[in-house]
Write a protein that binds this ligand. Structure first.
Ligand code: FES
Length: 109
């Protein structure tokens, strides 16, 4: 591979980011790590999201994604109900970003 081809490959590679906010204030950001949860990404970014059960049962880690890129689990865990979902809430301990996303660390309610 020619040097210029290699350089083009590097510049074309898109770095996907998970960014954390409190309102409009950027608290931190980190590269997307496929398979890691929002809470895992927050730790990498130096941002604290409180947790308790870390299994989707208690709702302590409730956050508000600002981008619509966090998929819901097929079966809702006890820590998440339809009203919270409608308000935009997701559980940081079980939600796994798959692409760029912005997260407000505050719950939606
Ligand atoms: S820490 Fe309990 S639901 Fe996330």
């Amino acid at each position: 591979m020619a040097e210029s081809d290699s350089r083009n490959e590097n510049t074309n590679e898109q770095v996907k980011l998970v960014r954390f906010f409190m309102g409009a204030k950027l608290l931190g950001q980190t590269r997307l790590v496929t398979g890691d949860t929002i809470v895992d990404h927050a730790e990498l970014a130096g941002v604290y999201i409180p947790t308790n059960c870390t299994s989707g049962r208690c709702g302590t880690c409730l956050v508000t994604p600002l981008t619509d890129t966090i998929a819901l689990p097929d079966v809702l865990p006890p820590g998440l109900d339809d009203f919270t979902i409608e308000e935009g809430g997701r559980l940081g301990c079980i939600s796994k970003p798959t692409t760029d996303c912005d997260i407000d660390i505050r719950p939606p309610l």
